[in-house]
Design a protein. Sequence first.
Length: 120
Amino acid sequence: MNYLDIFVIPVPDARRDDYIAHEEKWWPPFRKLGALSCVVGWGEDVPAGKHTDFQRAVDLAGGETVVVCWMTWPDKATRDAAHAAMKDAMSAEDMADMPFDGKRMIFGGFVPVLVKGATE
């Protein structure tokens, strides 16, 4: 069964194009290291909740949008090896030039327990 990396981040609206370019830049190396797919969703209908929500999870500020991304891997071992390789590949300049505040990112690795498709 595949493995999922999922993260949620606040991205300044003014940096939307920068963020998309950032993801496009890093997709080829991740793909080369074994990633199967990457999906990025720009928040459009992200309501405030009564107890918790995506906005509070990332401490969303005015002029920012919640972005969700997930990357699919063949397994956790491939993902872990890719993360180790990418950590070495990213320079301090790459880290400083992120088009979002990484301190407010939430992320995790997940094992799918139910996968359905349109043909079922």
